[in-house]
Write a protein that binds this ligand. Structure first.
Ligand code: NAD
Ligand code: A1AUG
Length: 550
């Protein structure tokens, strides 16, 4: 247990400067490839019991048993867990409350040291453990696992320490004579409820730890499909020295957990990433319970997207082709940032369309344990059914034409071939619905219609997460950038709309895509603090009369 009051060092310190973790290549013959393959072998040997972590203890949840399987080989069970119950949620909130006084009394540098140590452990001995779990459980290729579970999570932990210090350094700039003004960046009063998605192990690791860094204690509900990597992340944090009860992890669908957490008077914040629909439900519940909370809960949510690529007639056709291949189909299009609608000038399409379709049909897809594959399977049966239905609808719709891919096969894994659909009507639902998978709809427009197409694309979907403009004409870039100013929180010029790097392109979107607090940035950490202004009068007055009264 941590003591409630702590003696910190008296020092203004200089922690290691944050640097982006370099990506390893996993090329044939590389030591990292060998280590990864060995770890994959170990992790798939027998199913692990994936327990809840409450107050530093591993416990079996009280609900029904569920399994975590390999999406590309869905008969292969990686682990089992029990769905968390209302009782588990109550115990986790109790543990978070018990840990809160000690954790927030620990000086910032000491809390930060836990995350810096976690980052170094992940860069070193834990790297392949988390990468292998992310490959097996979430069907990521070695490269996609490396940029997520290793590099991005390491970056979140390193950069957040830096941004948190910037927040602490934010102090009043004026003091009247004889006065010392200070800002105490307190944590929130109560617990933060972190709910994380299946698709990024880095997001799963960041959402509970960002509030914890700022002195909060947390109830963390990961996605069931990401539970293997989430369990390892908890173990890594514990090895890094995270005290018991600071983060309490409950597996399962979250229904029972929300029943307790969203009605609890100590709910101080929600840190969510996932679909827009789920976020609406959580917000509605908070609204309904608003009079019952001790304070107003902070609600931070990064949600869905329908991300665009717009190619101007001056675009380099090869740049467009590669941006679409990688932007739409890496990780099976299961990135919130994935390009899922494209608007291509006819003259550009004529130069690259045929090659794009041939490249798409040639993308190697299959079991991610075979490192020759570019893509794996979609996450689960539900995602598979959604894509199959969308492709079937496309085949039946007059304005849509499936021109690449379109095959779905769930006999071994939930495989959906990367699919390109040509859409002559940019108002079709395919241009506004997030399927969250490997379907790209393309509208080929007459070169003279660039401005009209940009204006239509600007608000064709309710989302505003990522978008890209590809052009060589500077005036076109400038015009489109202005016209699309509110259409994307992350805007790319001559690049794919995916792959934001912590510390370089802070990530998040507006409209139905989220509260745009930007993960891995000071603006996000700020949401987990509640500043207290302290005025100290060094020599206080002892006479109440105004000078003009004399
Ligand atoms: N904007 C971003 O930064 C970003 C990043 C990643 C993913 N996403 C979005 O996430 C979605 C895909 O992820 P997903 O399928 O895991 O999303 P999801 O909304 O289905 O699930 C997200 C999390 O919410 C949980 N959940 C659902 N209902 C709940 C409830 N009542 N109480 C508590 N928890 C509950 C799920 O179990 C999961 O842990 C896509 O829409 C994608 O665009 C957005
Ligand atoms: N930050 C990631 C997307 C995360 C959402 O799934 C990217 O920029 O591609």
């Amino acid at each position: 247990m941590i003591r409630a009051t702590m003696q910190g060092m008296d020092a203004i310190t200089h922690p290691p400067a944050p640097i982006n973790e370099p990506n390893l290549t996993y090329a044939p013959g590389s030591p990292e490839r060998e280590a990864l393959l060995a770890e994959i072998d170990t992790q798939q040997r027998r199913p692990r019991a994936l327990r809840a972590h409450i107050g530093g203890r591993r416990r079996n949840g009280g609900g029904e048993e569920r399994t975590v399987v390999q999406p590309h080989d869905h008969q292969h069970v990686l682990g089992t867990f029990r769905n968390a119950t209302t009782k588990d949620a109550e115990a986790a909130i109790k543990a978070a409350s018990a840990a809160a006084p000690g954790w927030r009394a620990l000086p910032y540098d000491e809390r930060a040291a836990v995350l810096l140590r976690a980052a170094e452990l992940l860069a070193g001995p834990w790297r392949q453990r988390l990468n292998a779990a992310t490959m097996l459980g979430q069907s990521k290729t070695a490269f996609q696992a490396e940029i997520d579970a290793a590099c991005e999570l390491i970056d979140f932990w390193r950069f957040n320490v830096h941004y948190g210090r910037q927040i602490l350094a934010e102090q009043p700039i004026a003091n009247s004579a004889g006065i010392w003004n200070r800002t105490d960046h307190r944590p929130l009063e109560g617990f933060v409820y972190a709910i994380t998605p299946f698709n990024f192990s880095a997001i799963a690791g960041n959402l509970p730890t960002a509030p914890a860094l700022m002195g909060n204690t947390v109830l963390w509900k990961p996605s069931s499909s990401q539970q293997l990597a989430a369990s390892l992340t908890m173990e890594l944090l514990e090895e890094a020295g995270l005290p018991p009860g600071v983060i309490n992890m409950l597996p399962g669908d979250g229904i029972a957990v929300s029943e307790v957490a969203l009605a609890h008077p100590d709910l101080a914040g929600i840190h969510f990433t996932g679909s827009t629909g789920t976020f609406h439900g959580l917000w509605r519940e908070v609204g309904a319970n608003i009079a019952g909370y001790r304070g107003y809960p902070r609600i931070v949510g990064e949600t869905g997207g329908k991300d665009f690529v717009i190619a101007h007639p001056s675009a380099d056709p090869d740049v467009v082709r590669v941006a679409l291949l990688r932007g739409a189909f890496e990780y099976q299009g299961q990135k919130c940032s994935a390009a899922s609608r494209a608007y291509i000038a006819r003259s550009v399409w004529e130069q690259m369309g045929e090659q794009l379709l041939a490249d798409v049909d040639a993308l190697p897809m299959g079991d991610v344990r075979d490192l020759a594959n570019f893509m794996g399977a979609v996450i689960d049966e539900r995602a598979f059914a959604t894509h199959k239905a969308a492709i079937r609808r496309a085949r039946r719709t007059r304005s849509l034409q499936v021109v690449a891919g379109g095959q779905c096969d769930d006999s071994v894994g939930w495989f959906v071939r990367p699919t390109v659909v040509l859409g002559s009507d940019p108002r079709d639902a395919m241009f506004s619905t997030e399927y969250f998978g490997p379907i790209l709809v393309v509208h080929v427009y007459d070169d003279a219609q660039f401005e009209k197409v940009v204006r239509q694309a600007e608000s064709a979907a309710p989302y505003a997460l990522t978008g890209a403009v590809i052009a060589r004409d500077r005036a076109a870039i400038t015009w489109a950038s202005e016209e699309l100013r509110f259409a994307a929180g992350n805007f790319y010029v001559n690049d794919k709309p995916t792959g934001a790097v912590v510390g370089q392109q802070p990530f998040g979107g507006g409209r139905a895509s989220g509260t745009n607090d930007k993960a891995g940035a000071a603006s996000n950490l700020l949401r987990w603090t509640s500043p207290r202004s302290i005025k100290e009068t060094l020599v206080p007055p002892t006479d109440h009369r105004y000078p003009h009264m004399e």
